[in-house]
Design a protein around this ligand. Sequence first.
Ligand code: CP
Ligand code: NVA
Length: 331
Amino acid sequence: MATQTQWIGPHVFREVAPTAALVETEAPPRDLLTGAEWNPASLRELYHLAADVKAHPELYRAALAGRSVAMIFEKPSLRTRVTFEVGVRNLGGSPVFLDHSQSRLGVREEIQDVAKSLQRWVHGIVARTFDQSILEKLAEHADIPVINALTDAFHPCQAMADFFTLEERFGNLRGLEMAYVGDGNNMCHSLMLAAARLGVHLRVATPTRYRPDPAILADARRTAKQTGGRTHLFTDPAAAIAGAQAVYTDVWVSMGQERESAERLQAFAGYQVTEALMELAAPGAVFMHCLPAHRGSEVAAGVIDSAQSVVYEQAENRLHVQNAIMLTLLD
Ligand code: CP
Ligand code: NVA
């Protein structure tokens, strides 16, 4: 039996024997913590469901009737908060927002007490935390599904929605040529994990110092061998973008990195996705960004505001794909 990788802490994956749940392709994963728990078959099923939820929302109006979902946010959010709140309501359930912007989780009381109390009242937890380990601890102690709404290390809901957006646009993801330019951050990590599972050819261009985590790269490359995917690293944005059907970028200073702003802005100068760089992409290429965006930093206004940009399609699909994630996990 092939081994699986499991996230065991910041920037550390370990090889583990696959559990029954991971081997059974029909068995959905229990949580969404990194995105690596979702194998190619689970992702395909998810997209099938997301397409149906998007096309026939009326069929799912009572799908989560009588269920509540706790939303714990240590960082600011527009898209993630609104799409989960509206999504839970659209499915007939009740969201409960817990604002942790002033006090990190685990400070007022231990994570295990938060997890074990919440599971007596609600049916799922959506959490945006700084440390990935906090999210993992919640999942370890809660008997209800835990969904990663962004951590310092991953943003799986966004990446899953983004490939759904690309599938809608291009029809088929296998062999799709995608470039990611900028910081090898949480967004980059989640795109790498999802791309590998979907057979996408991903070219990542970052300054050497801001490369993605080597352990995540190794996981992506291992998985890509089974799906026909590829992950290549570059330092030259033009080399990554040449011939790409989708060009993706994210902020240079992520939430929590504000003190590094000056050095980051300097390091990423030259990595702005400009009109000139987009001309190197394939005909019909799309521009993608998870948002929030900074026009004039990581992307030129003439790119993000052009007809090539699908950033609001990405934002809309957060709703449909997350609804499908909740239907899969909370069912
Ligand atoms: N893309 C995204 O997650 O946006 P928010 O930070 O506004 O939720
Ligand atoms: N990398 C960004 C993504 C925001 C959705 C951040 O973590 O701030």
